[in-house]
Ligand binder design. Structure first.
Ligand SMILES: [Zn+2]
Length: 215
């Protein structure tokens, strides 16, 4: 029983990583093609979620090493990843502010854009539901937290989709504001890497190390 539980938790973690990675790839592609800052920002967020999930996997492996060595590796990876995340957030924020200031470069959405956006929303919703259900079944706080995280991520994709619909319906481009909101979320993830106690937002199913105390 105990063994199958941790297996399911680890499997859910891989599903979380894979889904976010695929979402990042598809959204980056359509985001670049459409010249859409909101979509590429959302893709960056998915990529960061996939990477941070992956870091947890590596962390679990490293946790089996000698203590002094482990702490050094953990500290270095954590700070490196946090810096990358914060720089990404800053880059998105700067582009968004530039876009607002210049007010040009209207996005060029296609049918593929719409399909990928709807697909992303459905995928995130399905993943969140799956994580919630598993979390309930196995009474796992981490799976629940990952489900909540994925549900938040789905709302972000809904906001991106709304900005596309806004543009189609009224020709109003609110993309830059959605991107600023996403950059703030990305900043928050970066800060959580450095100060893990800041919030419960970014837990991952792979945090199966009992020392984390959240499984
Ligand atoms: Zn996220």
């Amino acid at each position: 029983m105990e063994k199958s539980r941790s297996k399911v938790i680890v499997k859910s973690g891989y599903l979380f990583i894979l889904t976010n990675f695929l979402l990042a790839v598809f959204n980056l592609a359509v985001g670049f093609l459409a010249g859409s800052l909101a979509i590429t920002s959302d893709a960056a967020h998915s990529l960061i979620d996939a990477i941070s999930g992956f870091v947890v996997v590596i962390g679990e492996k490293i946790a089996k090493q000698k203590k002094d060595k482990r702490e050094k590796i953990e500290r270095t990876t954590t700070v490196t990843i946090a810096v990358i995340i914060i720089v990404t957030g800053a880059h998105i924020a700067m582009e968004a502010i530039e876009k607002i200031a210049e007010g040009d470069s209207a996005p060029d959405y296609s049918i593929a854009t719409i399909i990928i956006l709807i697909g992303s929303i459905i995928a995130k919703f399905a993943l969140a539901k799956y994580l919630y259900r598993r979390g309930e079944h196995y009474n796992s706080k981490v799976l629940f937290a990952s489900g909540a995280e994925t549900m938040n991520d789905m709302l972000i994709s809904v906001a991106v989709f709304a900005s596309v619909l806004f543009y189609f319906a009224w020709g109003i481009d609110i993309e830059a504001y959605v991107s600023i909101a996403i950059s703030l979320i990305i900043f928050k993830i970066g800060l959580e890497f450095i100060f893990p106690k800041l919030s419960k937002h970014h837990h991952h199913p792979l945090e199966t190390d009992p020392n984390h105390g959240t499984v």
